[in-house]
Ligand binder design. Structure first.
Ligand code: DX5
Ligand code: ZN
Length: 215
């Protein structure tokens, strides 16, 4: 059984409170919050102000996925906005180790996200310092894209790297997850499934979450 982290990028922002209440009353484990800056990715989403409203509605883990450059400038703002964990992109950080130390010193769990083209082997020297790897199974920037099949091999290889060293690092898979491919993704070694469109565009989002939870 994997943890389920609905991505609020696909929520209805005109009824954000209702969507948060639905998630709070559902079997969702985490809230996944996607921050985009229009520089690292070709889209702009929301920042600490909106996240503060969202975190005020919940006691669940608020998992903030930063798709932004220079995340060190904003880590404090996301901590104040109520982030439980903060994930930065491998490709966006010149000084990744120092970014991770900053996040941990602010009292948050630290994650590293990798794009589809980034080999998991490049995580070898940061793996012992982090709580989470967010393995992107689409190119970041938009919800509703198709799962890239090669991600399955990457999940399995990363799982082996983690278990070979007996580390305590969660594998989160993000992008294009649906009820058809989720079992394969869990079997490959995923601990956390992020899902946006599959949950929020379904007729009954809470029921879809419970279906994902049963896999
Ligand atoms: C993409 C985001 C994802 C996205 C997932 O850049 O990081 O979290 O919202 O959405 P779906 O599940 O619709 O692919
Ligand atoms: Zn995400």
């Amino acid at each position: 059984m994997a943890l389920i982290a609905p991505s609020l990028l696909s929520a209805n922002f005109l009824q954000l409170r209702e969507d948060c209440t639905m998630l709070n009353n559902s079997e969702a484990d985490w809230f996944h919050l996607d921050v985009m800056d229009g520089r690292f990715v070709p889209n702009i989403s929301f920042g600490p102000m909106i996240i503060k409203f969202i975190t005020s509605t919940t006691h669940k883990v608020c998992d903030v996925h930063l798709m932004i450059e220079e995340p060190e400038k904003y880590a404090g703002a996301f901590q104040e906005a109520g982030a439980t964990s903060l994930t930065v992109h491998f490709e966006a950080c010149k000084h990744l180790h120092s970014n991770i130390q900053q996040i941990k010193s602010l009292g948050m769990k630290a994650g590293v996200a990798i794009n589809p083209h980034t080999p998991v082997a490049l995580l070898q020297d940061i793996l012992a310092d982090i709580d989470l790897v967010c393995l992107m199974s689409v190119n970041p920037g938009f919800g509703g894209q198709s799962f890239i099949p090669h991600s399955i091999e990457k999940i399995a290889a990363l799982k082996k790297m983690i278990s070979d060293r007996d580390l305590n690092v969660l594998i989160e898979v993000d992008g294009g997850i649906n009820l058809e491919n989720a079992s394969l993704i869990i079997a490959a070694g995923a601990d956390v499934l992020v899902a946006g469109n599959t949950i929020f565009k379904s007729a009954d989002p809470a029921f879809t979450i419970s279906q994902l939870k049963k896999l």
